[in-house]
Design a protein around this ligand. Sequence first.
Ligand code: PLP
Length: 363
Amino acid sequence: MTLPDRLLMGPGPSNPYPEVTAAFAQPLLGHLDPEFLRILDETCDRLRTVFQTTNALTLPISGTGSAGMEACFVNLVEPDDVVVIGVNGVFGERMCEVARRAGATVVRVDAEWGQPIDPQRLLDAQAANPQARLVAVVHAETSTGVENDIAPLAALRNTDSLLLVDAVTSLAGIPLEVDGWNIDACYSGTQKCLGVPPGLSPVTFSARAVDRIGSRTTPVQSWYLDLGLIGDYVGTARKYHHTAPTGMIVALHAGLGAVLDEGLDAVWARHHDVGRMLQSALVTRGFDLIAPERSRLPQLTSVRLPAGLDELALRRRLLAEFDIEVGGGLGAFAGIAWRVGLMGHTARRRSVSTLLGALDTML
Ligand code: PLP
């Protein structure tokens, strides 16, 4: 069976780096094979470099980005804890739901979809709820193409509230400094700017977060996502917890290698340059960019289509006639907007020119 060869320009997954595709062609290793364990350790080291952290507890969770989100909440929150969550899109909403199911009382800080959350409002909400265990926010809102400013939240260091950041779409796409911004817990996904297929969620936890987990008075509700147990497998104890998805970890190792060989600065610059190239080209064709310029992500562009165009029909034609996938709008933007991804290996000038050529042919 041969699947179609698509240019993946949706909100994710992106096309894998060639190094990743080559890694998948390797023979499979067992999950306790010394060679696999060496690759696992190196993968965790590479994740530390990409997250810009020295956190000991840094590892890929077996599951997609949502598993990383869930792992953060269930390990850091106990029933009846208060958590402050910024919401300006689908993934902030999802955080609220996951926190609520973990037994937390959620204090929401809402901003309009398509606009960033003012970090001062999150700090004010924490000051009004100093008992809050967590302040959580999405760095790159994939549903709207908006970047939320994280750096000012480093001030939470002086409070009892931990800072939790969703970096699913930001890691290896735009600058993210886990240690520099005093982030206590951060999760990502493999399928976006890391250029690896979906299936793993890199996570990292500060010493403060590890202490918090250690001082829990109730067990973590999820056995599978209990970091105490997972840490015994990934750490030196090597105690069996679950059968690690070895093929995916070898692929992540290769994707991280590609990112680090290119260099983080160069990777961020590439995403920035192609994102801006696409955005200005779409504006000249009558598209309307949703996110304000200072908060506009380069790796995920949300645009309203020019009046009179049928967004679904055009997307279907892009896929059927040109093998290009772009994403539709979500929530308030459903039916009127597109989300165009330029992430990881897809973040190339040739992706932009291929999409523009197809659009120009169709319009
Ligand atoms: N957070 C953000 C910002 C996302 O974009 C996504 C997925 O698109 C998720 C969380 C959930 O990740 P996954 O779909 O890999 O479970």
